[in-house]
Design a protein around this ligand. Sequence first.
Ligand SMILES: NC(=O)c1ccc[n+]([C@@H]2O[C@H](COP(=O)([O-])OP(=O)(O)OC[C@H]3O[C@@H](n4cnc5c(N)ncnc54)[C@H](OP(=O)(O)O)[C@@H]3O)[C@@H](O)[C@H]2O)c1
Length: 220
Amino acid sequence: MRIGIIGAGMIGSTLAKLWVDADHEILISSRHPDKLQSLVDELGPRASTGTPADAATFGEAVLLTVPLKAVPALARELGPVLRGKVVLDTGNAYEQRDGDIAREASRNPRGSASWAAALLPGSKWVKAFNSVYYKTLASEAHRPNDPVGIPLASDSPEALDIASRLVRDAGFEPVVIGDLGRGKEFEPGTSVYNTGMSASGLRRAFGGRSAESREQRAES
Ligand SMILES: NC(=O)c1ccc[n+]([C@@H]2O[C@H](COP(=O)([O-])OP(=O)(O)OC[C@H]3O[C@@H](n4cnc5c(N)ncnc54)[C@H](OP(=O)(O)O)[C@@H]3O)[C@@H](O)[C@H]2O)c1
């Protein structure tokens, strides 16, 4: 799959490597793409670099992984290109980093991903990879037993399907928690945030409240 990555920081560059290793094609972007040349050289022929607009155009799916305060301007610039696309949003609201934007996003009763999604109407938004530290992603990918769980929340079945596939390809196990508003349940300050919890641990933590648990119960 072609994946556009907006943000080449800790999370963007870590997932870029994991997805290239899984044979995906990535375009990783920065406001200064020339600075990413050594990263894409290291990543090999399935990686290229460009601007955030290039990544939005390139991706069949797009990973948005920038500080929250950058989202409103990116939404104004990229909204039309991202319309109809699956967007994986790793964002978290941190007041000390994102200031007023963090306060505004945190006031949204459906969480910061719902706040961001509302700025990009028509995109298929999924909250993903926001709850796991990038060093855990780098060191624990493809762990043979009891994989690290990545909680997902979305209103779009297509976004959940694609995000689940990309989570597995990166070396983790998706745990679908529910609609986008339930992303609030794995934001900073919740009991599952930044724990590196396994998928089975996450399912236990969410008890019967994850969508997969409901499906599994229906099947059994
Ligand atoms: N670090 C973690 O372990 C972790 C874990 C889970 C979730 N998160 C969340 O994921 C998001 C990204 O985190 P990170 O730690 O990867 O961030 P980071 O290392 O600080 O990198 C952020 C990237 O965003 C880009 N950026 C900043 N302002 C921008 C703007 N105005 N327009 C376009 N691009 C901009 C920067 O690119 P240029 O300056 O090169 O343009 C940079 O590559 C944050 O919301 C964070 O809270 C982080």
